[in-house]
Design a protein around this ligand. Structure first.
Ligand SMILES: O=C(O)CCC(=O)C(=O)O
Ligand SMILES: [Fe+2]
Length: 201
């Protein structure tokens, strides 16, 4: 495991998951996506370029009414599948808190998908960190400040890297500028998966 990186207060743990652990987690996420198919979310500003699904008690959903957490899949109406143990193990290793996350968002980046600068602020208690896991193609992750605008810093997140946004960095603006297509062979058909774990309450 390479040394930890501090990106404007966000802790980046390069290579937290080795190749075997990445393959196992991907298999677990495929099972999640079979139970809760990926959807193409729409926001008030239009369709997102990522596809999303969730695991856990609550899933993050968005439609023309806005963002929120829901206990059921927006299309199938079924409860979300449980968060895989392989994913919970990462949270327990890096979050520094005793409670488990109640939400596991899975973002699928294909064909030029990206994510604009935003804050994760739909949760009820910002005392808990957000833990984010990267699988597949490398992604250019940009981190700004808690306030809008101002200076930013970027890093390429690679497959197996983990980022922790906690403490003073819990509410920093962040986004994915682009994904380097073909930089990993982990996902069949290419692309990137990001897993974001949160305590919603
Ligand atoms: O894909 C990523 O690494 C970031 C995802 C993210 O910021 C989010 O889902 O809120
Ligand atoms: Fe985010």
């Amino acid at each position: 495991m390479a040394p930890e990186i501090d990106l404007r207060g966000v802790r980046v743990l390069p290579g937290h998951l080795d190749a075997d652990a990445q393959v196992r987690m991907l298999a677990d996420l495929r099972a999640v996506a079979r139970a809760a198919p990926f959807v193409r979310p729409v926001t008030r500003r239009g369709p997102m370029s990522v596809r999303t699904t969730s695991a856990g008690r609550l899933g993050w959903v968005t439609d023309r009414r806005g963002y929120r957490y829901e206990a059921r899949h927006p299309e199938t109406g079924a409860p979300w599948p449980p968060i895989p143990e392989s994913v919970l193990a990462v949270w327990r290793a890096v979050s520094g808190v005793e409670v488990d996350p109640d939400s596991c968002l899975v973002n699928l980046y294909r064909e030029g998908a990206k994510m604009g600068m935003h804050q994760d602020r739909d949760e009820g208690d910002f005392g808990y960190p957000v833990v984010s896991i990267s699988l597949g193609d490398e992604a250019l992750f940009r981190v700004g400040s808690v306030e809008r605008g101002g200076r930013t810093a970027s890093i390429w997140l690679r497959s197996g890297d983990v980022a922790v946004m906690g403490g003073a960095a819990r509410l920093v603006h962040h986004g994915i500028d682009r994904v380097r297509e073909g930089s990993s062979t982990l996902l069949e058909g290419g692309g990137r998966i990001n897993v974001t774990l949160r305590v919603v309450r």
